[in-house]
Design a protein around this ligand. Structure first.
Ligand SMILES: Cc1ncc(COP(=O)(O)O)c(C=O)c1O
Length: 432
């Protein structure tokens, strides 16, 4: 090998890591808020909301409601998933726009709230409550609202054991002269989160309900959230949904054969669906109603192909408390220069009012969490390059991952409508 060739090889060997380093170096990101967020920021300032705030954009919410109305098959009712829209005012808005009086509730204190504040609602429990929670509901229930618990609640039951527990409660209540408790049966249509798994188990449960004067069979609930996540390799969403519906039909057949002439589909609640699947249904589906909630506000967990025509309608807005032109990590101050040379997106440091929510940073673009620093629910550090146009008292916007628990962390929802904050919608309080 000549001396020249050897030198070339040596040069290439030395340069390779440098070239690889340059290729791997994070690109410099960043910018300012686009017009939408600038306007929202101004609206929050005008409303004096200089704190972490959950914002719902009314026009976007209404756009999603319009999509729902278009997609809902004509022979299916719509059921509002209350946990995903956890504010009475928000639920009332959706009720007005959809005409639905059907709610799905998942939490005993919220059920008491609904019975008190929405006395014309028809409620289906979305998960089986411990019988003690059902008992507590009745202890706290105030009949003066006019809500009729026997006619307006369907309790969800998933096993023969729970059915026996509810039978005891129903008998005790019947002894006090109340009408039969309505029992809806949870079916395992493929999600495998519990529920009856065979048509035989369903037939047995219905037989035992038919023999019990203190209870009445009111229908089925079969949730199929697994379908939208099913990879094409395993047949994709369509196959999973078809299998779910096939089992649902078997269960309807079982009910028909047990009840005979007493089987009346119009009096039953045959529930399926959720935000990520409801657009896949048509009139031929065996259910008579579809539930959905989250898709009306579309947090990031619902950025799914099956919900592509819905738009994000909820944001977290929070002020920047401190904007620094360097990002020092305690104990590693001597590395600040090297870190910013490697990743220019650490050039600036912003400390937020709060910040460690189940949420993604969306505006301004180019912000990132600092993995060495970690997270803070009090003052979260986010970094950005010198291209990020953000100063103290500006707002940072995030999108929640989901609505049900994140919405409860900010106090009243700020309703954004026509460029202004026009209302404060109180959220559910989980306690009591
Ligand atoms: C039983 C049941 N039905 C429907 C839904 C759908 O709710 P969403 O549309 O908010 O995803 C859920 C969500 O957890 C559920 O548990």
């Amino acid at each position: 090998m000549s001396r020249l060739t050897r030198r070339r090889i040596l040069g290439a060997a030395l340069l390779a890591p440098v070239a690889a380093g340059v290729a791997l170096r994070p690109a410099q990101n960043g910018g300012g808020h686009e017009a939408y967020f600038l306007q929202l920021q101004q609206a929050l300032r005008d409303a004096g909301l200089f704190r972490p705030t959950l914002v719902i954009d009314r026009a976007k919410l209404d756009q999603n409601i319009a999509r729902l109305r278009e997609h809902l098959p004509r022979n299916k009712h719509y059921r509002i998933v209350a946990k995903s829209l956890p504010s009475l005012e928000l639920i009332r808005h959706v009720r007005r726009a959809t005409g639905s009086d059907r709610l799905m509730s998942f939490h005993q204190p919220f059920l008491n709230l609904i019975a008190r504040e929405v006395p014309d609602a028809q409620v289906l429990l979305g998960k089986p409550m411990p019988v003690g929670a059902a008992r507590r509901f009745f202890e706290h229930f105030d009949a003066r609202s006019g809500f009729d618990t026997a006619r307006q609640i369907e309790w969800l039951v998933d096993t023969p054991e729970r059915l026996a527990q509810y039978r005891e409660l129903a008998r005790a209540r019947a002894g006090e002269g109340t009408a039969p408790m309505r029992i809806n049966l949870e079916l395992d249509v493929g999600l495998h989160r519990g529920g009856l798994r065979s048509a035989q188990a369903v037939a047995e449960a219905i037989r035992s309900l038919a023999a019990e004067p203190s209870m009445r069979f009111s229908g089925f609930m079969g949730y199929e959230a697994h379908a939208s996540k099913m990879p094409e390799l395993l047949g994709g969403p369509r196959k999973a949904l078809d299998a779910a519906m096939a089992f649902y039909r078997q269960c309807i057949d079982a009910a028909r054969s047990v009840l005979g002439a007493a089987y009346d589909e119009r009096s039953l609640t045959l529930n399926m669906g959720g935000s990520s699947t409801y657009e896949l249904y048509d009139e031929s589906a065996p259910c008579n109603e579809l539930a959905m909630g989250s898709g009306l506000v579309k947090p990031t967990d619902f950025d799914k192909p099956t919900l592509a025509d819905h738009v994000p309608a909820c944001f977290i807005a929070t002020p920047v408390l401190k904007a620094l032109d360097r990002s020092d990590i305690s104990g590693l101050e001597s590395l600040t220069g090297a870190m910013r040379a490697w990743d220019r997106n650490t050039e600036r440091a912003f400390y937020l009012y709060g910040g460690y929510w189940h949420a993604d940073l969306v505006s301004p673009p180019g912000l990132q969490h600092n993995l060495i620093w970690g997270h803070s629910t009090n003052q979260e550090l986010v970094n950005g390059s010198s291209k990020v146009a953000l100063e103290v008292d500006d707002f940072v916007f995030l999108r929640p991952h989901q609505s049900e628990s994140v919405f409860l962390q900010f106090g009243d929802i700020a309703l954004y409508d026509g460029g202004r904050i026009t209302a404060a919608w109180p959220v559910f309080t989980p306690g009591a």
